[in-house]
Design a binder for this molecule. Sequence first.
Ligand code: GLU
Length: 477
Amino acid sequence: MGATEKADGNERVVTRFAPSPTGFLHIGGARTALFNWLFARHHGGEFKLRIEDTDRARSTDEAIEKILDGMRWLGLDWDGEEVYQFARADRHVEVANALLDQGKAYRCYATPDELAEMREQQRAAKQPIRYDGRWRDRDPAEAPEGAPFVIRLKTETDGETVIEDAVQGRVVVRNEEIDDFVMLRGDGTPTYMLAVAVDDHDMGVTHVIRGDDHLNNAFRQRALIDAMGWPQPVYAHVPLIHGPDGAKLSKRHGALGVEAYRDEMGMLPEAVINYLLRLGWGHGDDEIISRDQAVEWFDLDGVGKSAARFDLKKLENLNGHYIREADNGRLADLAAPLIAADLGRELTEEDRKLLQRGMESIKPRAKSLGELAEGAGFLFRTRPLNLDEKAAKLLQDGAPALLAHLVPLLEGLPDWTEEALDTAVREFADARDLKLGKVAQPLRAALTGRATSPGIFDVLLLLGREESLARIADQAG
Ligand code: GLU
């Protein structure tokens, strides 16, 4: 299907991401958001954001901010204002009452003790634990005066319900397994089940794409939507993400907030997007897929049925790829605060320009922004350089004497160009019957304080004549 065609006849596609703001936007949630975003963009539809903040005890403003911030960072822009579920409670109550008026729902006066006893008996009889419908056909007049009640949906008891899930395929559940679930609690507050079904309808959601831990809920939500006579959305329940060992993804595996990928792991958003896309969705053997390409290709057919495994190495490799592709100015901006923190001072305008110039030769080695900053560190270290262990090793034995001979040669160069430097250093090595590396390695150690760095001629050019000669002289002896 092309990007401008609609998914289903003339219907305009509307998807939504519906996080509960009880923690950070974790990697599984980000993938759900991405799939919804891509599906909507692919079909030229709308992608909406609904904050499911009905759990007042666990929802926090901080978590909402983190979710919005994470989505913005990933470039998952949503259409219209975000919808806050708690603010819509009156509407949820209205729907429950409408179902009550139509005889499709009923008041249940069972007390918590009675329900506990019911469950106990079911357990003892090895029956499935579910509400037994004790108030379904009972006259509410039998209820004690002023007793609290919940409102339950009257679900079908015969036959079966089928969901043609766009990922899971045909899923069939016997209706007797779908209990008369609570829509309004004793205190009059709506349950998640009611709120989701009503909000999806009111927001015009056509496709519900979410984790397969919600598949059971879909049958209940469906019953409610049917009772209201509303159109059913298409469901797509995506398998959850597992750790590399096949167990449920935990913090140890990388089930962190997306901000950890940005701030602690130094990932670029396009790398995270590409990685999340491939986590459970495929297009042939393609691994590197740009955002535009993903919008063009994405559809639910490509979503796999089995749990995807999280693989940090793959993500790091993708990040390395996108760092190499990234604009040098942007990389310099991203690396600058890390370098400043390391140096304990802000970078000057000159530093910032130098950093940008250095990026071309520094970025091929970096798989994270941290490595990028580390790789650029030599540009700003002050003399005499602190040598790390490996660099110190390279400057043992005959190396200081070798550098002492090299200094006057480099000092005498009329031009400080790559060509001139390359010729001079090669001739110097040849004259001593040394391989180039035997000269380049101590030279690198003296210039950068490290055993790895960009190509030695790039380093000499970036540092310039004066600083280069001074650094070499510091280690010559
Ligand atoms: N708020 C639910 C969650 O965070 C998602 C509900 C849904 O997608 O229907 O898991």
